[in-house]
Design a protein around this ligand. Sequence first.
Ligand SMILES: Cc1cc2nc3c(=O)[nH]c(=O)nc-3n(C[C@H](O)[C@H](O)[C@H](O)COP(=O)(O)O)c2cc1C
Length: 463
Amino acid sequence: MSARRALILGAMVRTIGAYPSGWRHPDAHDDPAQDAEILREIARIGEDAGLDYLFFGDWLATGPDLEFANPYLLARIDPVSAVTYLAGVTSRIGLIATVNTTYADAYTFARSSASADVLSGGRVGVNFVTGAEPRAAGNHGRDLHADNATRYDRAEEFVNAVRRLWESWAPDAWIADKIGGRLIDPAGLHAADHDGEHIRVTGPLNTARPPQGQLPIVHAGTSERSRALAARHADLALIGAPTAELAAAARVELRAAAVAAGRDADDIRIIAPVLPVVAETSAQAQAIVDDLLALVPLDEGGGVPDAFPENRSLASLATAFALDLDPTIGVDAIVTAEHTDALPDAAAALVHRVQRLTGRSIGGAHALTWRPVLALWAVPAAFVVGTGAEVADHLAQWYESEAIDGFNVLSAYQPGQFRAFAELVVPELRRRGLLSDRADPAVTLRERLGLADPVPAHTPQPA
Ligand SMILES: Cc1cc2nc3c(=O)[nH]c(=O)nc-3n(C[C@H](O)[C@H](O)[C@H](O)COP(=O)(O)O)c2cc1C
């Protein structure tokens, strides 16, 4: 392979755990009101391991329905606050904050992100998303969540406006000539003058020039318009990638789209989330998955809360797969060979996968029951389970086959699984020469990611 840049490795931080039952694990952080402490701990672990960045997603609404499906979305520190807070307690790791371009104000976001970049010494990146939560509309004075085309029209304007605002101050505009008594060169202060259909902002920005000039840009999305936005602007494109084949196809497409947009194919790097479950031995890692699945709340017939999802009963599993299950058995009934002989293909694949993930088996000493089968079906997750070397094999294989350029690592619960990843997987990847060298303390996120010098966002006009 040619001089391919190092595998990008960041952590997608969900403090109460990325798997919905993770917060119930005995060692797990479970209270967002206490996030300050766990954020510091996660930052320490990530920085000691030499990860490239901590990544904070966002969601602009909450409600009781999220308790079971996506509890990490219920209540959390807003991403710019998290990044700004961590800027003060870290010194090397990158910090990436998500912003929802459908609802955010461009001037306010340019200001807060530039501020965080100043405070962190140039370690902040931004993830532009258009949002998928319709309830966000009601929280921002809108009647409806806009359609895909309108959201991406606004996103294009938002990114352009923010990039221009970041360049409000020319690099040499702040003179601070104590003897001569001149503080600034007014000619170096530039208007943004973005006058679009969705966003109007004059500038200049009343924040010092961010050390990186242009902050590294991430974009997460799936649609055609999402790809076009990423092709034009993104240094990192965050995609959902269920298989290496799909990731490789998306990567080829995004690189080609970047070239069509006048950039080099290598200017865009494709990253995907991954959810490793790691332990010293494969059996221990399987036991963790088994525990996580056992902690998924199921409808066992004794009554459930109002917001409980409908798909959490054996009856719904039976209906979905057209299974002929005895309606009197409970979720802890053992799955027998008779059951599996008769299973349709999709159900057989699910049962097979649960056995592989949990170490349980049909007819074995550690018998398979319906509980983990129902739990994984009701709360699906693309777990990668094993020892440090086994998980490293998986990540390396995706990277070396050019399916992906890097990963946003999710941890099923915090801090235990993040620490296990940092201690068991990261050294394996480093030993194999896949990671960049530990960064110099002075390095910016742009430098750490090996990004080219930023292209100016506009030909600046005097303010
Ligand atoms: C891997 C990944 C992570 C995402 N993270 C977020 C997020 O944190 N907050 C958010 O509002 N949307 C997030 N999104 C959703 C996208 O921003 C986008 O709103 C959604 O996919 C709909 O747009 P699309 O039609 O272009 O895909 C994410 C999407 C992907 C693929």
